[in-house]
Every structure is written in structure tokens, then in C-alpha cells.
Design a protein around this ligand. Structure first.
Ligand SMILES: Cc1ncc(COP(=O)(O)O)c(C=O)c1O
Length: 481
């Protein structure tokens, strides 16, 4: 009989050493330009597309290809001037935790699938439950990110409100369920409504004020109107850090309405939840502890590498009632098992990277960066306020600032042309390799949006971007016929 072929590798240590050195080199040079590669998409495609390999190749050769065709064209998400979306610059300690997690490949679906990963998930969740001032009845789960964290909150809310759906489906309901979110609500609320069988059309878009915060009187009016019309309002999603502006809805007033009208209150604090670690910003989220569920993303403004989201529940019984499931093949179950806390069964252990990063830096150091990023947004807002060529749109609550470049002879420009100008400025910025920012649409206007969730950004970076965009705006405006 021939020797059994396993998948073990000769020279494993050498390969791992090379991998850590590739990653280390990538992180150490993360601030090099360009932020977004200038290599054309066709070239990247051609260098990576190939047929499924039937025979093996040495990992060393594959690592050569990784260096040449992958690493060299990566988007430098940790670059100090990567200020797009709400995608954090990951902390190197978080990366170490992630590498360990992948290496140990634990399966914390049952306690026996990983005693340490199971306990560690409870540990990090308990930190967040305390941070958000939840009572001892709290429950929670680690998920992939804000989208799933919102889905989890809305799912448990639906089960608490209409438990009959679990067995009999939505057809068990005589009145359609209705969800409320401000007109700044993240698209994941609509997607969750679609997945939960509620439907996009049953998500009400509640109007906002000049600072893009939900108007509570409008919420109350809409809930009453829906009840009169025979609908079944069940959930209000309050934004604590809306995706385009960072606006925070009036949480206490919304909590009053939810209590009075028997509605599930979910807070989407995917981004803004990090304000809770800052002594200067925490007060903005007053009332968040009154929510039935909260979504918060460590992979946004807590500097944890993708993917890492959290849903917290005020009442763990409601969470367990929603997700409880039995399967004989899993063997003996215990109260510690994570499988009844979440829809997913097999899951990555996400706690280790969060635990590693928080222990390495300590929350005080993370809070300093959160405050610094808030200062960056304030600086951008100040620069755009003081310049005759910029019009700030909305104030700064967290670490986002939005503004519109206004050319000297703006009367000669249509609204659509002004909108296009903002996009053109951002496109020139991206092509320059200097930075990467994205547009937003606020109060019907196309704007340039700065979002700083970045531990490497400095005031000089903000000034450099502002000057570049001001000069570019002037150049592009000069070409306007
Ligand atoms: C307010 C808000 N909620 C939810 C999400 C979705 O998060 P994720 O991309 O982690 O799924 C985002 C993403 O930017 C967000 O800004």
C-alpha cells in the first residue's frame, strides 16, 4: 500500500514565516501611494483568471504570485487618506488576533467545538453590554457586520412581536408588519425587511430635520396612521451614526414613543456605537440603553479587521426563543452553546481578534483616536465653512463631514452640473493616488463626504485633501463652457 497523502505541507514553518513577512511588509508600507491602485481592471483580471488547477504548485510559487498579482494592487484600506465608506484602518493587533483565529480554526457553535472561543465571545460581548449600559438580562452575538447585526435585531423583534410567524409563516398574520427608519436609514434595513418577508414597501421612511435626524412627531403620526389603516407597526430603527452624515436620531424621545406604542426599538449604531468609549461623545447616544436591540460594528470605528459586527439584546430570552434549534447529530448540548444565539451554525471565532486588539491598546487609547477622528471631521467642516468655494452640508456629530464645492460663477451651473462636479473632483482625487473619498446625496444635493475611522490620519492629511480638492475644483470649473 502506498503512503497516505494528506494535505500537510513540507516546510510549513517557512511558508508561515513568509506569510507573516508579506503581511508585515504590507502593513508597514500601507501609507505609500496610491491609495487605490492605478492598474487597469483588465490587467488585474488577466493576472488572476485561470482554470481550476488539477495538479498542485509549490506554495512558494503561489506566494510569489500573491505578492505580484494581489498584494501590489490591493486597495490600501489602512492608508491615512483612505476616508471612504465607513471602513476602518484595521489595527495591527487586530490582524494578529485574526491570524491566530484562522490558525486555530475553532468551531464555536457548541461549547465543545471550542471552549475558549465560546467563553471569549461571552467575554467580549459582556464588555459591550457594559459599555452600552445594558441590564444583566443582556444577550448578544458576534456577526459578520452591520448588515447582519441589523437583520438579527429586526428578526428577534419580529419573533417577540409575532411569534406565530416562526411556525406558520407570514401568512399567519392578518395585518402586515411595518418598520420605521429615518430617510437616512441604511439600506440593510430594507434588505432585512425583504428577507424577513416584510417587504421594502412596508419600511416607512420617516422625514428628518436639517441635521438629518428623525423627526419624532412624524414617527408618531406615521405609526398612528398605519394603525388606523389596519397595519401592524412593530419596529423602529433609530440611527446612531447615519451612513451619509453620521447623524444621531433623538434616542430618548424615540424610546418614549416605542414604550408608549409597544414597538421594538432597534438602534443601528454600527458606526456611531464607538462614541460610547469617548468621554466627549458618549452623551450623544443618551438613551441607547433603552433600545431592545443594538447593532454595533467593531470593524467600523473600533479598528478591528473585517469582519466583525455585534448585535446586543436587552433580553437574552427573546434572543434564545428566536434562534433555538435542536439537532441530534450535534451531540450533547449545554447552556453555553452559541448555536442558539444566532442563525448561523458553523461560524468563525471573531472574538479573538477583538479581544487581542482591546487588550493590546486598552480602551483609553482607542478613545483618543475616536476623539482625534472627530477633530478631523471638525477641521474639514471648518475649512469648508471658511472657504467661499465650499458649502458645508449638515454639522459634524461624529467623524463625518459633508460639503459641496461651489465654483466662482456658480449661477452658470445647473444643479445636475454641480452634482457632477463633486463626482469629478472625487474621481481626480482617486486618480492622483493621494486619497480616496466617496460622494453622498443629502437634502437632494450631491456632496463630497469625508468619513474618518482611521488611526493613521493626521490634520495634515485633511488639509492636504482639502487643498487638492479645492485646486481641482477650480481647474475643472475653468473647463466649464
Ligand atoms: C449605519 C450603518 N449601518 C449598517 C451598515 C452595514 O454594515 P456592514 O457593511 O458591516 O454590513 C453600515 C455600513 O456602512 C452603516 O453605515
Amino acid at each position: 500500500m502506498g503512503e497516505t497523502q494528506t494535505l500537510d505541507l513540507e516546510n510549513l514553518d517557512n511558508h508561515l514565516e513568509r506569510v507573516t513577512s508579506i503581511i508585515g511588509d504590507y502593513i508597514k508600507h500601507i501609507s505609500d501611494a496610491p491609495v487605490v491602485t492605478q492598474t487597469p481592471m483588465e490587467d488585474i483580471r488577466d493576472s488572476l483568471f485561470e482554470d481550476m488547477p488539477m495538479e498542485g504548485t509549490s506554495p512558494d510559487k503561489i506566494l510569489d504570485q500573491v505578492e505580484k498579482s494581489f498584494k501590489s494592487v490591493c486597495t490600501k484600506i489602512g492608508h491615512p487618506r483612505f476616508l471612504a465608506w465607513i471602513t476602518t484602518s484595521p489595527s495591527p493587533a487586530g490582524t494578529i488576533g485574526e491570524l491566530l483565529s484562522v490558525g486555530f480554526n475553532q468551531a464555536p457553535l457548541l461549547y465543545k467545538g471550542s471552549p475558549p472561543a465560546t467563553i471569549l465571545e461571552k467575554v467580549v460581548l459582556s464588555w459591550f453590554a457594559k459599555l452600552f449600559d445594558y441590564p444583566d438580562t443582556w444577550g448578544g452575538t458576534l456577526v459578520s457586520g452591520g448588515t447582519v447585526a441589523n437583520l438579527m435585531g429586526m428578526t428577534v423583534g419580529r419573533h417577540a412581536h409575532a411569534p406565530e410567524v416562526a411556525d406558520r409563516g407570514m401568512q399567519a398574520l392578518k395585518k402586515p408588519l411595518i418598520v420605521y427608519v429615518s430617510d437616512q436609514g441604511h439600506m440593510s434595513i430594507y434588505r432585512s425587511a425583504m428577507l424577513l418577508g416584510i417587504g421594502h414597501n412596508n419600511v416607512r421612511s420617516v422625514p428628518t430635520d436639517n441635521e438629518c435626524r428623525m423627526i419624532p412627531e412624524e414617527l408618531r403620526r406615521m405609526v398612528e396612521a398605519d394603525r388606523m389603516a389596519g397595519m401592524q407597526p412593530y419596529c423602529v430603527v433609530a440611527q446612531a451614526g447615519a451612513v451619509s452624515t453620521g447623524s444621531i436620531d433623538p434616542l430618548n424621545t424615540i424610546a418614549d414613543i416605542c414604550e408608549e406604542m409597544n414597538l421594538w426599538m432597534h438602534v443601528d449604531a454600527s458606526y456611531g456605537g464607538a462614541a460610547m468609549i469617548s468621554d466627549n461623545l458618549r452623551h450623544l447616544l443618551d438613551g441607547i440603553n433603552r433600545a431592545d436591540s443594538i447593532a454595533v460594528d467593531p470593524h467600523k470605528w473600533f479598528f478591528i479587521p473585517l469582519e466583525c459586527g455585534i448585535t446586543l439584546f436587552k433580553n437574552k430570552k427573546q434572543q434564545k426563543d428566536t434562534f433555538i434549534a435542536k439537532a441530534v447529530y450535534l451531540g450533547q448540548e449545554t447552556d453555553w452553546d452559541l448555536k442558539n444565539t444566532n442563525f448561523q451554525l458553523s461560524r468563525q471565532g471573531r472574538a479573538l481578534k477583538l479581544w487581542f486588539a482591546f487588550k493590546t491598546y486598552g480602551v483609553k487609547r482607542l478613545a483618543e483616536i475616536v476623539d482625534r477622528n472627530h477633530g478631523h471631521a471638525k477641521l474639514f467642516h471648518k475649512l469648508t465653512t471658511e472657504s467661499p468655494n465650499w458649502e458645508p452640508v449638515c454639522g459634524v456629530e461624529l467623524s463625518m463631514a459633508c460639503a459641496r464645492y461651489i465654483p466662482d460663477n456658480c449661477c452658470a451651473w445647473s444643479e445636475a452640473e454641480l452634482d457632477n462636479l463633486q463626482v469629478a473632483i472625487l474621481s481626480e482625487l482617486e486618480k492622483s493616488g493621494l486619497g480616496f473619498m466617496t460622494p453622498a446625496r443629502i437634502c437632494g444635493k450631491g456632496v463630497i463626504r469625508l468619513c474618518v475611522a482611521n488611526h493613521r490620519t493626521t490634520d495634515d492629511d485633511i488639509t492636504l485633501l482639502f487643498n487638492f480638492m479645492t485646486e481641482t475644483g477650480a481647474k475643472l470649473a475653468a473647463q466649464h463652457a
